[in-house]
Design a protein around this ligand. Sequence first.
Ligand SMILES: [Fe+2]
Ligand SMILES: [Fe+2]
Length: 515
Amino acid sequence: MATGLVRRPDSAGAPPAEQVHLQFGADASTQVSVSWAAPSAVARPRLQLGPAGLPASWQVEADERVCTDALTGVTAFTYHASVGSLEPGSRYAYQVLHDGSPPVPGTFSTAPRGRSAPFRFTSFGDQSVPAPVGRGCGPHSPNAGYVVDAVDRLDPLFHLLNGDLCYANGSDAPVATWASYFGNISRSARHRPWMPAPGNHENEAGNGPYGYLSYQTRFLLPGNGTPAHRGQWYAFTAGPVRVVALNNDDVCLQDGGFSGIRRDSVPGYLADGVDPYVRGYSGGLQRRWLERELAAARRDEEIDWIVVVMHQPAVSSAHFNGADLGVRQNWLPLFDAYGVDVVLAGHEHHYERSHPVRGVAPGSSLLTPAPAGRPVGRRHKPAEIDTRQGTVHLTIGGGGHPYSTPARRLHGPRQGIVIAGVERGNPLVQRRSVIETEPADWSAYREARAPYGFASFDVAPAEPGGMTSIAVTYWGASAGSASYRPRDRVVLRKPQRSAWLPGRDLAGSRPASRG
Ligand SMILES: [Fe+2]
Ligand SMILES: [Fe+2]
């Protein structure tokens, strides 16, 4: 247990455990971590666990992780306990506690083993918090609260957070913002893992060498082989689905982590060389890890679906941020080579879905993804897609941030927006993006009327004839409304992995298969 210089408290009158949330380990059928926080250090933090309906039969001591925010000097105290060797497809009940406080209960289900049972997961990004925190500098909206209940009503096995969780980097009270965030999602996230990919607003300049220490302190995620980058990129398996989470700040051209309040108020910001523009910070480590992960997933005959969750999108027709050329340069060749089925992103505060895409449109200097297996320019909405043709990109960034992308800021039906470069700058002045436009033949559906929302994914691992499918539904709501209704539906369907050869698409072209 890492205690640092923190004085152990007397247990009498200890503050209660709060912000309880779950994460899966690399194998979601057997491994779960429980995390929580307390307003000050606590004694003997622990997890008690057992099969649902029975008395808790196991106890696991929790590790303490602390992080002191560079802006405010406030320390966050977090606690994490992991369990493995659980039974697949099983229901468990647990409680977290420490000396002098009442236990806080929760439940979860492990993922089914292999293709043995269907399950559902959900996803959105860009949530924020439901009410002002501190001086109210950070974003907040009622929908950031409503979406938690909307997700929970669907009872997913797990939820994917596509980055920009609580926007603590824009708040004068970042530790309280995180507390508000977990306080809001915990009513769902203590009953099912909410698995995050970091977004640009998880970069809190001055917190750790690259700004992510606060985020890293609060989550216990599957390992990636590099402890210094823990939680930045990772993967886990649920049934026949391999989920790969990435940190796109590593490759993006856009200067998205800049925060005026941190520049102006973090002590030593300039003298200590703090710079939120961290493009290339992994030195290629993340890309090499990604290629190994994708190659292994594609070799694995038990994996039918590869789902990537990340923040900044590879395609966008919103005049808001734009797709980032850095994402296209670094990730899309790998997504093509290893046949990634679905990419989930956020950053643009709306919903947009692409046709399956593979390769680059002829003559495109912006690496515009080419629609694959569908006639270019047709405007009908496909009911069913075989993702062996190409990768379907979903931008689901309407989790709750109040600056949603209104209809007037969506460009024409065939115009995509691309961040093609970044102007020179420094840690004191946010670098400006160089924006270009492109034909958006990749765009299949854009939601202009219901900017707040999330998507659900119903995985059917074993359909008749050796087929498998994922039914995708986008649930949208208008601003201030708690009513999330289906707005877009599409079914992804293909044969199970054992029935097709890796690296061969339906068009007969053969991507660079190295796996
Ligand atoms: Fe955002
Ligand atoms: Fe963002």
